[in-house]
Every structure is written in structure tokens, then in C-alpha cells.
Design a protein around this ligand. Structure first.
Ligand code: KIV
Length: 264
């Protein structure tokens, strides 16, 4: 396996070759994922829920993210590694610089930030200082208390138009990747077509350039907290390596997600 770069991922988009990505929090799973076709991994602040047992991502600190990013980088040396900037660690420009630098030193290739046009200045400043940025739009979990729960976003025309305008503004500011979470398929398709940068969907239909899921959902170990857009791949396989391979195959072939895992 070659080292994965942002130009490789951009070329995949141009060639319409879909790619699969997973959240990973430790070295064992990172290594397993790299061996089974996952070349883009996210150390997500979802670890606040999956690893720490909280009911949101808000309690996750920068130190937690640094620790898990180091663990994942030791297990996956060739993958493109994204790390989340956690809640309130990029509220000011200087906070964003310090936090992003720590995650990059820990082994991340790119940092992920939640938010729309209001973070364009942060995106531009980070990019100018050699930090690749992925933005996250739609259901941004750090905004759970503003949204009043984990709800699908961009359902009406006004909010869909706003989301598309935010995506364009973020790309212009220098964002090199976008995660789109829990939005209707038509909106995801429009954003994916409009942007030149790779768009990774979660609960956004099969129309995006890449897919991402939370590892625990793919393995069916989230219990009754599993979201409707996720699929348990382990149930159709003998073991975890085969479940990861099946997920990769289904995403690359455009077979996952199906209509059942999408919003309209
Ligand atoms: O934190 C996370 O795991 C994420 C994914 C759900 C995209 O942001």
C-alpha cells in the first residue's frame, strides 16, 4: 500500500472512484483497517461517546484527541489521518493554531472543524500555515445543544441553500475536504458536484465521493444507539477483518449506503 495523500484523494474524486473511511481510536484497529483497504481514517471526537461513554462529544479535550491520534498513527503509518479539533479548541485563531499544531505533531495529516462561513477565517489561516483542513457541515455534533438533538439538517430550501453557500465559502477559504453528515441525498449530491474537493458523507446517501462510519456501528456494537444510516457489516461476516473488507467493497461498488440508509 502506498502512502495516501490529498492529491490521490482528489484524483479519486475526478475519476469517480469512491472511497471508504472509518473512525479509529487505537493502534490495533488502525493497523487492521490499513491492512483491509481503509486509507482514510478519522480520530473522531465521537470517542467521547464510543470510548468514554458520554452522551455527546462536548467533554472531549485536546489532550484526549492528542493521545488517541498518537495511538492511531502508530498503528497506521501510510493512511491519510484526520483528527477532530474538539469543542471550544478553535474558538479563537490562536487557540486554533495551538490546537491544530498539537494534533499535527501527534501524527495527523489534516484537522477537522465543525462550522460554516463563520469559520472561513480560521480555515484560511490554518491552511496558510501548512495545516490541511477538512470542514464538517450538516449535523455537526458539537452543535447538539443548538440543534436541540441529533437531527437531519438541510431539509428545507433555506437551510439547504445556506449549507451549499457555506460549503463553497469553506472551499474558497482553503478547505481541502468536507464531511457532510445527515443531510438529504439531493443536497449531498449538489454539494458533491459543486465542490472540487472530496466530499465524505455519513447519512448523506451514496452520492458523495467517500463514506465514513463510526467503527462501533460497522461492528454492530453500539446497541440501541446505532443510527439508522449505519449498517452492521459484522453480522454478514465471520470476523472483524472481513467486516471491514466488506464495508470497503460495498462503498467502492456504490452498494452502501442504500436508500434505507439515506434521507430524502
Ligand atoms: O467524530 C466523528 O466520529 C465524526 C464522524 C461522525 C464524521 O465526526
Amino acid at each position: 500500500m502506498n502512502i495516501t495523500t490529498i492529491s490521490y484523494l482528489r484524483n479519486r474524486k475526478k475519476r469517480q472512484q469512491k472511497f471508504a473511511s472509518l473512525t479509529v481510536y487505537d493502534a490495533t484497529f488502525a493497523s487492521l483497517c490499513e491492512q483491509h483497504g481503509i486509507s482514510v481514517m478519522l480520530v473522531g471526537d465521537s470517542l467521547g461517546m464510543t470510548i468514554q461513554g458520554h452522551d455527546s462529544t462536548l467533554p472531549v479535550t485536546l489532550d484526549h484527541m492528542i493521545y488517541h491520534t498518537r495511538c492511531v498513527r502508530r498503528g497506521a503509518t501510510k493512511s491519510w489521518l484526520l483528527a477532530d479539533l474538539p469543542f471550544m479548541c478553535y474558538a479563537t485563531l490562536s487557540q486554533a493554531y495551538e490546537s491544530a499544531a498539537e494534533l499535527m505533531r501527534a501524527g495527523a495529516n489534516m484537522v477537522k472543524l465543525e462550522g460554516g462561513f463563520w469559520i472561513t477565517k480560521t480555515v484560511r489561516c490554518l491552511t496558510e500555515r501548512a495545516v490541511p483542513v477538512c470542514c464538517h457541515l450538516g449535523l455537526t455534533p458539537q452543535f447538539v445543544n443548538i440543534f436541540g438533538g441529533y437531527k437531519i439538517q438541510g431539509r428545507d430550501k433555506d437551510s439547504a441553500d445556506r449549507l451549499l453557500a457555506d460549503a463553497v465559502a469553506l472551499e474558497r477559504a482553503g478547505a481541502q475536504m468536507l464531511v457532510l453528515e445527515c443531510v438529504p441525498v439531493a443536497l449531498a449530491e449538489c454539494v458533491t458536484r459543486t465542490l472540487a474537493i472530496p466530499v465524505i458523507g455519513i447519512g448523506a446517501g451514496a452520492v458523495t465521493d467517500g463514506q465514513i462510519l463510526v467503527m462501533q456501528d460497522v461492528l454492530g456494537i453500539t446497541g440501541d444507539r446505532a443510527p439508522s444510516f449505519a449498517r452492521n457489516f459484522l453480522v454478514d461476516c465471520e470476523d472483524i477483518p472481513n467486516a471491514i473488507s466488506l464495508y470497503v467493497q460495498e462503498v467502492e461498488a456504490g452498494k452502501f449506503p442504500t436508500e434505507q440508509h439515506s434521507f430524502y
